[in-house]
Every structure is written in C-alpha cells, then in structure tokens.
Design a protein. Structure first.
Length: 364
C-alpha cells in the first residue's frame, strides 16, 4: 500500500515542456485517473511514477520516500499498457504464473493465486489455451491479470482499454473497479476517455498541455469545473459555454447573451458578480440541465439526435452553438426556428472570458 506524492514534478524534452510543475498527492488505496487529450503529458507522468523516465526536476515520493533514484524493478509497481504485453507462445496459465515464478513464489501459492485470479477475471475456462489464439479483448484481460496477480502496492494502467471493443470496455470498467476495491492498491489510470475516468476513479486529475488543471471527485469536476477547458472536456456532450455580459438591475444580476436571451444568476454567483455590471463573461450550463419548459433563451434547432430515451438537440444562433439533452418526448422538431428554453439558476456557471477560469460562487 502506498501514497504517491508528485512535487513540482517537471519534464522537458529539449525546449519542449511535456510536464510543468505537477503537484499531486494520490492517497494510499485511491483510484486516481489522469485524464486529458492526446499529448497532454499523461503518459509522461505515468512513466515517471513507474521509473521508466527520469524527471527534469521535482520530487516523486512513495510513502514520503524519494524514489527518483530507485529503479523500476524496485519500486513495487505493476504496469499495464495499451498494447498488452503477453507471451503468446505460453498458455494463459503460464502467463498468469510467470511473474510469481520469477519472484520465486512456492508452487502451491502459484497454483492458488492463478486459480483465484483466473476466476476473478473469468479466464478459468481458457487456462490451458495458448495465448496466441485469443482475442484482443481476452489478451488485454490477461495482461491486467498477469500484473494484478503480483498484488503490486501501486498499479499503473496506461489506456488499457483503448484497443478493446465497446461492450467489453464497459465490462472491464466495472471489473477493474472491483479488482481495485478488493485489493486496495493505489491505482493510477491514464485515459483520454472522460467516461472511463468518471465511472471508475475516486478522483480525477485533468491535464492539458503538460499542466494539471483540476483535481477532484468526478462529481466535483462535473459540477464545478475549474475552467472552460475542463467544463467542455467533462460530459458527453460537454458543457455549453456562451459569451455574455453581466447586467445589474437594482440588486439582481443576470447574464445577457446577445440575440439569445438572458439568464438569472443564483444568489451565490450574483454575490460574486456584484460590481461587475457591464463586464463580459462566459456563461456555462450543462446540456442535461436545459429545460424545455419556461423561457429565457431562444435558439434555432439544427440536428436532432435520437438515442433512445434521450435526445441530443443541436442549437444554433448566428454561429453560436449549444446542445441540449432532453427526454425524447419533449425534444423539439428539427429546424424549429425559435425554440425557447430555460436553464435553472443552480445550473449556471460563470467563466472569465480572457483566462477561462471559473468565477467562484460566494456566500453573502
Ligand atoms: P497520448 O495519449 O497521445 O500518449 P499523453 O497525454 O500521454 O498523450 P505524453 O505521451 O505524455 O502525452 O506526451 C506529452 C508530450 O511530450 C507530447 O507532445 C509528446 O510528443 C512529447 N514527448 C513525449 N515523449 C517525448 C520524447 N521522448 N521526446 C520528445 N517529445 C516527447
């Protein structure tokens, strides 16, 4: 069991900064997802934790102890990559047993653990099959098993599900979560897929361009994104962000979105935005919070995507785009010109139009 602390951790390749002053503490037994688009520095961070890459500056500590000079083999980490590394000439059983054998575990212990992990990962019916003939899905499950069976204190997974098919990915999401729940390892999971991060992680670290933008529980990040990048990246579809202006009338503050309408702010945001009358601002709201009843905002309906119980409605006004996710029975028809909708006060978020940072709600 291990706590991982990254302190001012940075990595440069020549002039290029792949990772800039990362500060992050991953608690003992925590499932942390490193989430961000391709090239944001997730794998670099992971490779530094594993010991495959040396940081340019900063410290990395396991349980308080600096491990920068500790080689990978001595760090007590298990690592699973996007491309399964399986010995295809061996059977499933031999692959599972390989690491334990290399560690010199007694035969009876190896048999017991292979049986337990084969059951856990639903590989028990194929233990004696050669790995060579197995599907990509099963090979990746085996790769996870082969690493997990060693019960590493720290388990690192870098996009382990990106090559498997969608249905299997959904199964593996819950299996990985329960695997980690049973063994209580500290798990670091790299992904560019916000759904994977949202469904599995205790906390998510969102990264972009080598920087850590926000760390929080999935719901924290969904509800209170630190900036417009996180707001758009989390959620499917992501948060709508529209340009507007703060308007103060008497004691009430609202946001006017030119040509589209206006939205009242909840008291805590009104308080934060007080004295900013006339300032430009960006207003954010989740597509799921759009309500087809009431008024306030009006846009034209473009594409309407029916995906069963829910419908994704694409909205447009003079080049400004937004989306609404609505129950199928209340969705407007395609090409409806003036469709009016509301955003509940508590669903409204405000962002600085220059920095993209969220304007924090404040109590009186
Ligand atoms: P992906 O999911 O595409 O792997 P990532 O978020 O994991 O993305 P990294 O692999 O950490 O990103 O790479 C971060 C940046 O550092 C990228 O722009 C990448 O091109 C660059 N980079 C990584 N390794 C090297 C290297 N050895 N030399 C030069 N640049 C590198």
């Amino acid at each position: 069991m291990s706590e991982i602390a990254l302190e001012n951790l940075g990595k440069t390749f020549g002039d290029f900064t792949a990772l800039a002053d990362m500060n992050l503490t991953i608690a003992n037994g925590e499932f942390m997802a490193l989430l961000g688009p391709s090239g944001c520095g997730k794998s670099t961070t992971m490779n530094i934790i594993a010991g495959m890459l040396r940081p340019s500056h900063g410290a990395i500590r396991f349980n308080g102890q600096d491990v920068v000079d500790v080689p990978m083999a001595k760090r007590g980490v298990g690592f699973v990559f996007q491309n399964y590394a399986i010995f295809t000439h061996m059977s499933v059983r031999e692959n599972l047993a390989y690491g334990l054998r290399a560690q010199g575990a007694p035969g009876a212990e190896i048999t017991k653990r292979v049986k337990a992990f084969a059951e856990l990962l639903q590989l028990e019916t194929m233990l004696d099959r050669p790995a060579a003939g197995l599907s990509v899905n099963i090979l990746q499950r085996l790769a996870i098993g082969r690493s997990a069976i060693l019960k590493p204190a720290i388990f690192l997974l870098d996009e382990p599900l990106s090559n498997v098919d969608a249905a299997f990915r959904a199964v593996m999401r819950s299996e990985l979560k329960s695997l980690q729940g049973q063994f209580g390892q500290t798990m670091v999971y790299v992904t560019h897929d916000q759904l994977e991060a949202m469904t599995m992680a205790d906390r998510i670290a969102v990264m972009d361009h080598g920087k850590l933008l926000q760390v929080g529980t999935p719901l924290d990040i969904y509800n209170n994104p630190a900036d417009t990048f996180v707001a758009r990246f989390i959620g499917a579809p992501g948060m709508n962000i529209l340009d507007g202006r703060l308007i103060q009338k008497d004691d009430a503050v609202s946001v006017e979105v030119p040509g589209i309408g206006s939205v009242d702010l909840p008291p805590a945001l009104q308080f934060a935005a007080r004295d900013l009358n006339g300032s430009d601002v960006q207003i954010g709201f989740r597509p799921e919070q759009v309500s087809a009843t009431g008024s306030g905002l009006t846009m034209r309906v473009g594409l309407v995507e029916r995906i069963g119980a829910r419908t994704i409605v694409h909205l447009e006004h003079e080049g400004i785009a937004a989306k609404a996710v609505l129950p199928a029975d209340v969705a407007p028809p395609v090409a409806r010109k003036d469709w009016t909708f509301t955003v509940p006060e508590d669903g409204v978020r405000l962002f600085d139009p220059v920095t993209g940072q969220a304007l924090k709600a404040r109590a009186h």
